[in-house]
Write a protein that binds this ligand. Structure first.
Ligand SMILES: Cc1cc2nc3c(=O)[nH]c(=O)nc-3n(C[C@H](O)[C@H](O)[C@H](O)COP(=O)(O)O)c2cc1C
Length: 328
């Protein structure tokens, strides 16, 4: 039987299957199910920066009315313990007690405000690492790309200053020069990069003539974008790479490992098939490795990355013209 253990963010994982941040990772019952079915780590549902800052601001106001100074910081902390943030800290603590796999809380953030202070609290609650779900929307045409990028680095710098546990960065593909910024993220000191987040997307209801919500779950073909970029960046950056979006079956897991991912993060396929889907992915990976004669993941991880592949130009090819000429 092949060995499936791997490392991610300096953590020892028994296999490369990680439960991605989602509604499935916001309660102990389902975290236990994920762990029992073989998930090697769990990224908790994101706490939103606003949940922290709004609470912080209201508590700060309260504390100011009390004559806020160091002595009543205890009161301040006490208040925090009772609110939203405390529920999240409890989730971290309870998850750590309930399962014996790494627990990675996630912060959804877009500013570098005081909330980074609370990241320290995640660490104190027992978090094994923190995932920053960092997205500054590139839809504001008045802001220059360089200014948006600078904000990313300010946030990263602040959080690295606060925490001593590993930090990973879950990013979108919406950057002017993606390869360059991924290298800069790597140099910033984060331990891992998760590619790519899949956002809520609005739909259009043509009957009601309304904007609606749809596209909740990914489809297997959506693997293409993250696979290309995992393959493009693998062995070019020092930090770990996690692949997410569109990974629905064992074949997709194998592809992302061949591209160079350290782990895969799953959400949609777990919603659709239950956490019992994880053993089928692990079985597929095991059988495939046995068939190919690979004893452990390092024997083939990144074998088809751009750096390692003999056909590396395929990852740079973007136009269909030549491939399909004469066929259509
Ligand atoms: C219902 C739902 C809730 C999600 N919530 C979060 C979240 O709170 N934070 C986050 O970083 N990603 C969140 N995600 C994104 C997933 O973590 C994952 O990156 C994305 O769905 C792509 O993976 P998939 O193709 O396996 O679904 C959510 C996804 C779904 C479907």
């Amino acid at each position: 039987m092949a060995k499936l253990d791997t490392t991610y963010l300096g953590l020892q994982l028994k296999n490369p299957i990680v439960a991605a941040s989602s509604g499935l990772t916001d309660n102990i019952k389902s975290i236990k199910e994920l762990a029992a079915n073989g998930a090697a780590a769990v990224v908790l549902k994101s706490i939103f920066e606003e949940e922290i800052t709004l609470e912080y601001e209201s508590l700060l106001n309260e504390a100011e009315q009390l004559g806020y100074h160091d002595e009543n910081m205890d009161y301040f902390d006490y208040q925090i313990r009772d609110k939203n943030l405390n529920r999240y800290l409890d989730l971290i603590k309870d998850a750590k007690e309930a399962v014996d796999i790494p627990i990675i809380p996630s912060i959804n953030c877009h500013t570098s405000h005081e909330w980074t202070y609370f990241a320290k609290k995640f660490e104190e609650a027992g978090a094994d690492a923190i995932e920053l779900n960092l997205f500054l929307s590139p839809s504001k045409s008045a802001i220059e790309a360089a200014d948006i990028e600078e904000r990313y680095f300010t946030i990263i710098k602040n959080i690295l200053h606060e925490c001593s546990i590993p930090i990973s960065l879950k990013i979108s593909p919406y950057f002017t020069n993606l390869g360059h910024i991924i290298r800069k993220f790597d140099e910033s000191g984060v331990s891992g990069i998760v590619m790519f987040n899949r956002f809520f997307s609005p739909d259009i209801d043509i009957e009601k003539l309304e904007i609606s919500s749809s596209f909740t779950f990914s489809t297997p073909t959506e693997i293409a974008l993250s696979m290309r970029w995992i393959a493009t960046m693998a062995r070019r950056v020092n930090c770990d790479l996690a692949a997410t979006t569109g990974i629905h079956d064992g074949e997709a897991v194998v592809k992302q490992l061949l591209a160079g991912a350290n782990v895969v993060q799953l959400a949609s396929c777990l919603y659709q098939n239950g956490s019992e889907h994880i053993p089928t992915l692990i079985d597929f990976l095991n059988n495939w490795m046995d068939q190919k004669g690979f004893n452990n993941l390092n024997h083939f991880r990144g074998l088809l990355s751009q750096v390692a592949s003999s056909n590396s130009a395929m990852y740079d090819r973007v136009q269909f013209m030549k491939y399909f000429s004469g066929k259509f």
